[in-house]
Ligand binder design. Structure first.
Ligand SMILES: Cc1cc2nc3c(=O)[nH]c(=O)nc-3n(C[C@H](O)[C@H](O)[C@H](O)COP(=O)(O)OP(=O)(O)OC[C@H]3O[C@@H](n4cnc5c(N)ncnc54)[C@H](O)[C@@H]3O)c2cc1C
Length: 380
């Protein structure tokens, strides 16, 4: 197990205190109304919890993905929907930090940590999600600009973001994965249409939208990274972002386990606290053990990233396994609550809806297992 050390424990403690005091003010209402928690986001930025992995030169804390994971864990322990909404506002900054040029980083990163701007990353399209190279949105050169046409969907922050990293097809021919480029697009440009997608099962405080680009002009300076290598920039993004997605799962799992432990100690059946029944003890033992395994994988994947070891297998293992554990543990936690857990008054029912998304975004569980298996076996 990784020794967290005093500084990281302090960060975790500060995140815990903030999350426990602030998030509950918004959880129920933002879930019910599918509303983004604007004040929580601003306050989270003010307290320095948003985008801590961003270098100090661009306004961030200059911490690593491990410190970031600790904060995501503590926030998601309290409420996954509001936590994702507030912390997920830097989504895409992971790749901008690595592949953006100096000017792009200076322009687009500081507003994210100051609570002055929200970002999105737009990869998925109606006809292609897992098959990233199946996207059709095109960017074509026109004078000093690129002109974008196409439709993106399921974009986190899509209807509220100020700018987005958009993956587009730029090359007509060549190797299948070398036909794409990434652009930083100002979402207030003419030709951008956004439609908030309502009716999500969970993570309802987090905004999700469909965005269409109709002859949207982007200056050539906003090409991010290398032309024709956009697919690889996105894969690199997933290798990094999957650590915070894994931390979302670990946090939600801990939150659900805590609810289950507390309820087991209070609830009486057949004249005894249900905690005294071996069947409940076995459940708690399994839940806690799975959580510890998921946490170890998540911390290790984050720690490796911080040491410059970009390992797609580890990030995918952490994200796949932690999400699986979250879905299983939240299910058991609700079961321990009996009937009361099935009603929306109890947060466990919200957790139950929220965690399913973690098995879908940033790569589905099937895609992650496919990646892990292929890499281990050395097959394409
Ligand atoms: C809440 C939420 C937020 C999201 N945020 C973003 C975002 O910010 N930006 C963005 O670009 N996208 C986002 N997405 C989209 C998400 O990344 C995609 O939904 C996901 O990658 C799956 O793509 P798809 O929905 O097209 O499903 P498909 O790719 O069509 O897959 C359908 C099913 O087939 C399985 N499948 C596909 N290919 C294979 C294979 N080769 N082997 C085995 N099984 C396979 C999948 O695992 C899945 O179960 C978000 C989605 C949700 C739900």
């Amino acid at each position: 197990m990784i020794e967290l050390g005093e500084e990281r424990l302090d960060i975790k403690k500060a995140a815990k205190e903030f999350a426990e005091n602030e998030i509950p003010k918004y959880s129920k209402e933002c879930d019910e109304k599918e509303e983004f928690p604007w004040k929580l986001w601003k306050d989270s930025c003010k307290q320095g919890f948003v985008g801590v992995f961003i270098d100090e030169a661009y306004g961030g804390q200059g911490y690593g993905y491990l410190e970031n994971a600790l904060i995501w864990e503590e926030f998601h322990k309290v409420d996954p929907g509001c936590a994702f909404a507030a912390l997920g506002t830097t989504i895409g900054a992971e790749t901008l930090l690595v592949n953006g040029n100096e000017e792009q980083k200076e322009n687009f990163l500081p507003p994210l940590v100051k609570g002055k701007a929200i970002m999105a990353i737009m990869i998925t399209e109606p006809q292609a999600g897992s098959d990233v190279a199946g996207i059709k949105t095109k960017a074509e050169k026109s004078g000093n600009d690129w002109v974008i046409n196409g439709t993106k969907t399921f974009s986190t922050n899509g209807s509220i973001a100020d700018y987005a990293i958009v993956l587009c097809r730029t090359e007509e021919s060549g190797e299948r994965h070398r036909r794409f480029s990434t652009f930083i697009v100002d979402l207030k440009e003419d030709g951008v249409k956004r439609r908030k997608l309502s009716g999500k099962l969970g993570m309802r405080a987090s905004d999700t939208a469909e965005i269409s680009f109709d002859n949207v002009h982007v200056p050539k300076e906003n090409l991010m990274g290398i032309q024709g290598r956009g697919f690889y920039h996105i894969m690199d993004f997933f290798n990094r972002s999957r650590t915070w997605v894994a931390a979302q799962a670990v946090g939600a799992t801990q939150g659900a386990l805590d609810f289950a432990i507390n309820y087991s100690r209070e609830r009486v059946a057949f004249g005894n606290k249900i905690a005294s029944f071996q069947a409940i003890q076995f459940k708690i033992a399994e839940m806690a053990t799975k959580l510890e395994a998921a946490r170890c994988l998540t911390y290790k994947a984050s720690y490796m990233l911080d040491r410059g070891k970009i390992d797609p297998v580890f990030s995918a293992m952490a994200k796949w396994y932690s999400a699986k554990v979250a879905v299983e543990v939240v299910d058991e936690a609700l079961q321990i609550h009996g009937g009361i857990g099935y009603f929306s008054d109890h947060p466990i029912s919200r957790f139950y809806r929220d965690v399913k998304a973690i098995e879908i975004y940033e790569g589905t569980k099937e895609i992650e297992k496919w990646l892990i298996g292929r890499k281990i076996l050395g097959v394409r």
